[in-house]
Design a protein around this ligand. Structure first.
Ligand code: NAD
Length: 311
């Protein structure tokens, strides 16, 4: 098949693009490199630098494409609190631009990377797709709005649309920006350098950490699965892990005892998150394979930033 991956130079997008070319597909990537790095892409991936709001560029790249993976986005919850307009322009406006260009080019299906963040604070766990979303940040609002545009414009323009609500993905190659880095690579880096790990709140807040290879497997399945049109599907590990348990797991894989520093004045975010994976199993045949302990060990082994420090 021929694919376009928007945001394909990013953490998830590059892993997906590389898997697709390894499986013999033709893959084009569009990424503005605001956060991505094209050097992580296999030489057979065709890379174009550009913005998802550039419709003429999208027309060119969509020629002959059968399925779009729409992953390009601004991705930080705390940053979205500071720049909601930017998050709206890229994550919502950019999604509408991709859909318009797909309509013009006659592309059949789009797989969208939504987020578990759309659920917000819920009384019950695990989180299932039938729950009423309760987004708590401009980032989460932008993902929910994009899901809505996919559904409505998909029906109107005859495009098959599927949104995967990805939970906390982690793995080799994950971005480590100076401001608001994701917890796993950030904790690993501090633990390896002997620095202290800062935890917002009491560390009892839970998340569902899913290894990158499992996320990619779900994305690959979503391109060709039947009966996924207009569906919203959770992708996680199905395991609920508190931040304190995560720190213990990192300590175990490094063979170190870690003493976190609790910053109780900082909000630790939503109190609990765990994905219900029944729909993913039914529609995508999805079953996560990598445990947190295995995933952390793979990150140390495969990510040169940690492999060097771990020796
Ligand atoms: P990432 O920042 O590594 O990847 C996003 C990519 O989009 C970057 O390469 C960036 O350069 C590119 N991009 C941003 N704005 C763009 C624009 N206007 N035009 C073209 N390219 C642009 O983040 P990621 O973790 O790989 O996330 C990929 C997708 O998955 C995002 O949509 C994100 O919201 C979603 N997601 C990620 C997670 C996670 O845990 N990593 C969880 C849920 C959802």
């Amino acid at each position: 098949m021929r694919f376009l991956v928007t945001g394909g130079a990013g953490f998830i997008g590059a892993a997906l693009a590389n898997r697709l070319v390894a499986e013999g597909h033709e893959v084009r990537v569009l990424d503005d490199l605001s956060a991505g790095d094209p050097s992580r892409l296999h030489a057979d991936v065709s890379f174009t630098r550009g913005d998802i709001n550039d419709i003429p560029k999208l027309w060119t790249l969509l020629h002959g494409v059968e399925c779009v993976y729409h992953l390009a986005a601004r991705v930080s919850v705390p940053e979205s609190m500071l720049y909601p307009r930017d998050y709206n322009a890229v994550n919502v406006g950019g999604t509408v631009a991709v859909l318009e260009a797909m309509r013009d080019a006659g592309v059949k299906r789009v797989v969208f990377s939504s987020s578990g963040a759309v659920y917000g604070e819920q009384a019950q766990q695990p989180l299932h797709e039938g729950m009423l979303p309760d987004p708590r940040s401009p980032y989460a609002v932008s993902k929910l709005a994009a899901e809505g545009y996919l559904r409505v414009m998909g029906i109107r323009w005859g495009i098959e649309t599927v949104s995967l609500r990805i939970f906390n993905a982690y793995g080799p190659g994950q971005q480590l920006p100076a401001a608001h880095p994701p917890v796993i690579p950030s904790f690993l880096r501090h633990a390896l350098r002997g620095g202290s790990i800062s935890v917002h709140g009491d560390g009892k807040q839970t998340r569902d950490y899913v290894y990158i290879d499992d996320v990619v497997t779900a994305l690959v399945a979503a391109a060709t699965a039947p009966n996924v049109d207009r569906k919203v599907i959770n992708i996680g590990s199905g395991v609920e892990t508190s931040v304190n348990e995560l720190i213990e797991a990192i300590g175990a894989v490094l063979g170190k005892s870690l003493a976190p520093l609790y910053i109780r004045t900082q909000d630790g975010g939503v109190s609990r998150m765990c994905a219900d994976l029944r729909l993913a199993a039914e529609l995508l045949g999805y079953k996560p394979k990598v445990s947190l302990a295995q995933g952390l060990a793979l990150m140390l082994e495969r990510d040169p930033r940690f492999a060097v420090a771990a020796r």
